[in-house]
Design a binder for this molecule. Structure first.
Ligand code: SF4
Length: 368
């Protein structure tokens, strides 16, 4: 299958669904790791077409959602400084910090700009030597290579006015934390294909064996997801716990080795806080000693900010699959995309936003 439409073919989707209905005998809970997968599943109604015995729960794979409040507060403090041009992808501007968001800083006179690539921020720094240019470097293993490239480029150009506020997170330690929780309900994972296209999937093999949990690398189109679900359910029914690849057109076991080399040069593994979840050991990347001069948190002295997340937002439970978005008491009432209380409602990849946008105001279980 070469073209996008072919991954949305209704006849093939029907056949895959029939297969899944035929295979599924036990009760299984599958977690799709990535918010892009969540949106595709809900937008295409795949959750409503599966056998009742298969439940989909939604994982932590949304970069905007997992960025903790304290990092947003750091961004706000940096962006408000008069000599700073603060550059970010658009989604982050709407995420509220403890008091305001980056849009508010901009409307108050701050130079906050939306960029489409971290290299755009490097160019702004090169063209404006009198200003401090800061890029907000968040996200999973997917976005990290471009951010690493931007820092390398800034070093090559000898820029002294470029820095990056880094809050990168890594998927395997998050899956480890989810499976280590006594409350986990996960029987199988649909791993995020774009993350694995960079990192490969060999890192997932010890997790599958240790937790006896199938992990299927999956893409984002309806047929990708149905195929991933079919492979995960088949493993569960056969008592197998392996890593399988349902996204071979983009992913290999080894991944993108040159990108991995770049990442290990620019970044080093650190503990990282996740929104609503707290700190997970070894779950983030920070700038390595060779590139630490570009660390905005050190340059602007914001390492002292330690924000406590408000209790009203249950995004931590949503991101661990412990509740569905519509089980949060604030969902669709105090919290809507127009007045979001948390990042999972703000982000275009957030599970709360998906449930709101596609009308999942009550759970499928409650309507039988
Ligand atoms: S519905 Fe709103 S308050 Fe509830 S978890 Fe989602 S973002 Fe947080």
């Amino acid at each position: 299958m070469k073209y996008l439409e072919e991954f949305r073919d209704p006849e093939l989707a029907r056949r895959l669904l029939d297969d899944i209905h035929g295979i599924a005998k036990g009760q299984w809970v599958l977690m799709e790791v990535c918010g892009g997968q969540t949106h595709s599943l809900i937008r295409n109604g795949i959750d409503t077409l599966l056998p009742d015995a298969i439940e989909l729960i939604h994982g932590p794979g949304c970069p905007v959602c997992v960025t903790p409040l304290e990092v947003i507060d750091k961004a706000l403090r940096i962006a408000a400084q008069p000599n700073v041009t603060f550059c970010s992808f658009g989604d982050m501007l709407r995420v509220p910090g403890s008091g305001e968001d980056l849009f508010t800083v901009r409307s108050g006179g701050g130079d906050v700009r939306i960029v489409y690539s971290p290299l755009d921020a490097v160019k702004i720094a090169r063209d404006n030597p009198a200003r401090e240019v800061v890029f907000f470097g968040i996200g999973f293993e997917t976005t990290a290579p471009a951010n690493a490239m931007a820092v390398v480029q800034a070093k090559r150009l000898g820029l002294k006015n470029f820095s990056m506020l880094v809050s990168h997170v890594l998927v395997p330690p998050a899956l480890d934390a989810i499976m280590s929780s006594p409350h986990t309900r996960v029987n199988g994972f649909l791993a995020a294909g774009h993350v694995c296209s960079v990192m490969g999937y060999w890192q997932y093999e010890p997790l599958a064996q240790r937790f006896r949990v199938p992990i299927v690398v999956t893409g984002f189109e309806p047929l990708d997801l149905l195929q991933g679900i079919r492979m995960a359910v088949r493993q569960l029914e056969e008592g197998r716990y392996e890593v399988e690849n349902a996204y071979a057109r983009a992913v290999t076991r080894e991944g993108n080795v040159p990108a991995q080399k770049l990442l290990s040069e620019v970044f080093e593994v650190t503990p990282r806080k996740w929104r609503g979840i707290g700190e997970i050991p070894n779950s983030g990347w920070g700038l390595s000693s060779a590139y630490r001069e570009f660390d905005a948190a050190i340059r602007f002295d914001v390492t002292d900010i330690n924000t406590v997340e408000p209790a009203i937002c249950r995004s931590g439970d949503v991101l661990q699959g412990l509740i569905k978005p519509n089980e949060c008491p604030a969902f669709g009432k105090e919290c809507t995309p127009r007045k979001p209380l948390g990042a999972t409602m703000v982000s275009s990849e957030g599970a709360c936003a998906a449930y709101y946008q596609y009308g999942r105001f009550v759970s499928l279980e409650s309507i039988g």
